[in-house]
Design a protein around this ligand. Structure first.
Ligand code: NAG
Ligand code: NAG
Ligand code: NAG
Ligand code: NAG
Ligand code: NAG
Length: 778
């Protein structure tokens, strides 16, 4: 499969390369994570003395295998003591196997690497409008997220960014226990806005070898972490733009929140960026420091929850009241590509907003609309030779390399002064532009392949360039074929607002259903990957000034704001909104916040038609989950599907994890009366293998005024749907009521593939809506 790099799908092609097993460099000694049974409570009142005692016990345990506590001390590089119980260590493979057989040990797994996965979007989501901030805006109600603490696990932060200035911010909340870990970077400073930063590089070091002191810093040299953190919680910065395009006020979802950066991702070596042991250490620190909302725009291949560091770390975070938001991944549009599936996470897909940066390519009598953020543009009224990149191939390059405009695949003798037409795929979109520029090309037209369809992305290309759709590409290519010496030009980009239809789903956004293989572990009952969608295409937010917008050495440009695309960008939108909800409703649990976001989403675009996918067919819950987030409605959902951590453990029992596996999360005995996975009080319903009939139970909690709700529904095709009772009366706030949904297969062939319906509870003011997804068992 093609991996487009940076600013392409870049930031996140969620593919795990288990480099520890594959890399020949570290044949015998590797780093591992050893999970011991979890502590018996979720919530840790443990003191520093206890931390030390637990660390000592880790040395002792490992020492008993290595015949020396000293050796154990040298080999352990993280001791997780607060929420997670376990350690990360460099071990011989044989020792790792022996340790895994010890009854005190739950599991041992390699320290795998993970991949990483403005400001129009808030207006598009209804938080502001022309002339200011409407009264119903959650921004007004939540005081812009004042004093909520939002953090990310990412590539660190550029602390000098204007998005993290602390003008007008009061003292740091007393409950904050974090630090500003400068390491060797003496210029790195926190303030009352960026209240904390830490770096975790021991797992990375264990995998790639000795690190020098330049790695001891939370500074973002890549841009990804600065972009995501400022999207979630950056302050107001007027006059922000990318080379003048999209000029406006940059702002995060919770612009008055405090933010903190936990750097767990490092430059990709062996294809990985973020190592599990560092991710786990980041989770532990964030929980301990007092973070309210964590934004996690990274992931890997889907895997069993008990050996997935993001699932384990986020479980402990959620159990301690921290909302964790994660990106669904950028491996779409193929089905079954979603990652970050654990039901305690909020999993976010990516879609467009109502802004474009149109730049036209003209040839013959045609003028086709593309998108671009090129700072350079071609002179008006001049035409340039227009050629297919294959016709500019160097002798030693392959036709397919030239077609994709890989670096060094184009011959300057053939490309000089011409506009080169390159195909999308594999290498970064902006890198193609660099290849053309280095070959002396005057401009580039980037053409989608069939799978990316109509999704065009505005990038800060290094030369005049535009990105056009697949169908327009066919027109251009047939013109090139038919003409002897084709001529054309590319127009200077503009900023265009109120674009319709918006949103539509980005082609890269990962799609359900849950791919965890039911044969490996019957954990395929979870539901909607993703839960929700938010803007993730051409999002403008703060950037690092340590590298260029293309991240290529050739590109010497440094810009304080950049446009990026990916589920990595949509994830912090939801984190910012979760921050507002936390500020507005401090008493809500992470699952109440998640439910409010899910049940109030919209499934129609701004032309009032259903939300489409990138090739303009109707999308569905496997693409967008419950739909596009509506923050103002999420503030007042009426009812929520709440859950406590034990509900998640019962779910794990139901899908077949036994108490030894569950011990990674908590010492817990599965109930003797077996629970049913479908009964997890999730705000959506998914039945992947309906035989004849199933009845699922849900529990609603009133978070609004007393009232009576009645239910409406739409049946999935071929399925009969009944809700009992049809009316629920809530006499007071906090009251909970249960109901059942009975799904009966009427026409098996109609439900051969997934079919979609919904149920919605309404009191006349609120609509508490849940998608219902069913597939017949074959
Ligand atoms: C530290 O290591 C990096 C990566 O290997 C290298 O690029 C850099 O020059 C080194 N810096 C110093 C001060 O040695
Ligand atoms: C952005 O807009 C502001 C206010 O309208 C203006 O002062 C500024 O010059 C603009 N910046 C760019 C780069 O166009
Ligand atoms: C092809 O030849 C060019 C020019 O000699 C050289 O710079 C480039 O590295 C070669 N590329 C490959 C893939 O061998
Ligand atoms: C959009 O949906 C149609 C119909 O389900 C499907 O054939 C097409 O592949 C989808 N396109 C994308 C980019 O997901
Ligand atoms: C849980 O399952 C694993 C693997 O199937 C097994 O080794 C272990 O003994 C089981 N634990 C319990 C408590 O049944």
């Amino acid at each position: 499969m093609g991996i487009e790099k940076r600013a392409t799908f870049l930031p996140f092609v969620l593919i795990i390369v288990s480099s520890l097993y594959q890399s020949p460099t570290f044949a015998a000694e590797k780093s591992f994570i050893v999970y011991l049974g979890a502590h018996s409570t979720y919530d840790s009142e443990l003191s520093a003395v206890t931390d030390e005692r637990i660390t000592e016990s880790h040395y002792e345990l490992l020492g008993s295998f290595l015949q020396s506590k000293e050796k154990a001390r040298d080999s352990i590089f993280y001791s997780y003591t607060r929420y997670i119980n376990g350690f990360a260590a460099i071990l011989e493979e044989d020792d790792a196997v022996r340790i895994s057989q010890d009854p005190r040990v739950v599991s041992v797994f390699p320290n795998r690497g993970r991949k990483l996965h403005t400001t129009r979007s808030w207006r598009f989501l209804g938080l502001e409008q022309d002339g200011g901030i409407p009264k119903e805006s959650l921004w007004s109600k939540a005081k812009f997220g004042e004093d909520v603490i939002i953090a990310n696990l990412d590539t660190g932060v550029w602390p000098e960014s204007a998005s993290f200035r602390d003008d007008g911010m009061g003292p740091i909340p007393a409950r904050w226990k974090g630090i500003c870990q400068k390491g060797s970077d003496h210029k790195f400073n926190c303030n009352r806005k960026l209240i904390g930063a830490r770096y975790f590089n021991k797992g990375f070091g264990a995998a790639v070898g000795q690190l020098n002191a330049t790695f001891n810093s939370p500074r973002d040299n890549e841009g990804h972490g600065t972009h995501t953190l400022s999207t979630a919680g950056g302050g107001f910065v007027p006059g922000a733009s990318v080379f003048g395009y999209g000029n406006g006020t940059a702002k995060g979802g919770s612009p008055r929140a405090r933010v903190a950066a936990y750097k767990v991702c490092w430059p990709p070596i062996y294809g990985n960026e973020c190592y599990e042991s560092d991710i786990l250490a980041g989770f532990e620190a964030a929980i301990k420091d007092g973070v309210d909302v964590l934004s996690v725009s990274l992931g890997g291949d889907p895997m069993d929850y008990f050996n997935d560091g993001i699932a384990v770390g986020s479980f402990h975070a959620v159990a301690n009241g921290v909302t964790v938001v994660a990106s669904a991944g950028n491996s779409g549009p193929a089905a079954g590509t979603v990652s970050n599936l654990a039901p305690w996470l909020v999993t976010v897909g990516a879609s467009t907003m109502d802004r474009e940066f149109p730049s036209y390519v003209s040839f013959g009598r045609k003028k086709l609309k593309g998108e671009s953020l090129s700072a350079e543009y071609l002179p008006k009224n001049k035409l340039f030779p227009l050629i297919h990149s294959q016709d500019a191939k160097t002798v030693n390059a392959s036709t397919s390399d030239a077609e994709l405009c890989l670096l060094e695949s184009l011959d300057p003798k053939k490309a000089k002064g011409k506009i080169i037409v390159c195909m999308r795929g594999f290498n970064a979109r902006v890198e193609k532009g660099v290849a053309v520029k280095l070959a002396g090309g005057a401009g580039m037209v980037l053409v989608n392949d069939e799978s990316t369809g109509d999704e065009t992305i505005a990038d800060a290309h290094v030369l005049p360039a535009t990105h056009i759709t697949f169908s327009d590409g066919l027109k251009l290519l047939s013109f090139l074929k038919a003409s002897k010496s084709p001529l054309g030009t590319i127009s200077r980009p503009r900023t265009s607002l109120d674009v319709k239809p918006a949103p539509f789903m980005a082609a890269f956004s990962s799609v359900g259903p849950n791919p965890i293989n039911p044969e490996i572990l019957k954990a395929n009952q979870r539901l909607f990957p993703p839960d929700i969608t938010a803007p993730g295409v051409s999002v403008i937010a703060a950037f690092t000034e340590a590298t260029s917008p293309t991240d290529l050495d050739f590109d010497k440009r440094r810009i304080p704001f950049n446009a990026e695309s990916g589920t990595s960008m949509s994830c912090p939108h939801i984190a910012g909104i979760a921050g507002l909800l936390k500020s507005s409703h401090p008493e809500w649990s992470p699952s109440a916040i998640k439910s409010a976001i899910i049940t109030t989403a919209r499934t129609r675009a701004n032309n009032l038609e259903p939300i489409n996918n990138a090739t303009f067919s109707k999308s569905n819950p496997f693409g967008y989950g419950a739909g596009q987030v509506r923050p103002n409605r999420a503030d007042d959902p009426g009812l929520v599907y709440d859950m406590i951590p034990d509900d998640y453990l019962n779910f794990l029992c139901a899908v077949g994890y036994n108490s030894s596996f569950i011990a990674v999360f908590k010492k817990y005995n599965c109930p003797t009366k077996r629970t049913v996975a479908e009964d997890l009080n999730y705000p959506t319903i998914t039945i992947p293998n309906l035989v004849s009939s199933i009845t699922v139970t849900r529990r609603l909690k009133n978070v609004g005024l007393p009232g009576t709700y009645t239910v409406r529904w739409r049946q999935p095709m071929g399925v009969d749907l009944r809700v009992e009772p049809r009316r629920l009366t809530f006499a007071k706030k906090g009251e909970e009521k249960t109901f059942t949904v009975k799904l009966t297969l009427k026409d098996k062939s109609a439900a051969e593939d997934y079919v979609f319906g919904w149920i919605s509870w309404s009191d006349g003011k609120h609509d508490v809506k849940s998608p219902v997804t069913v597939k017949a068992k074959w």
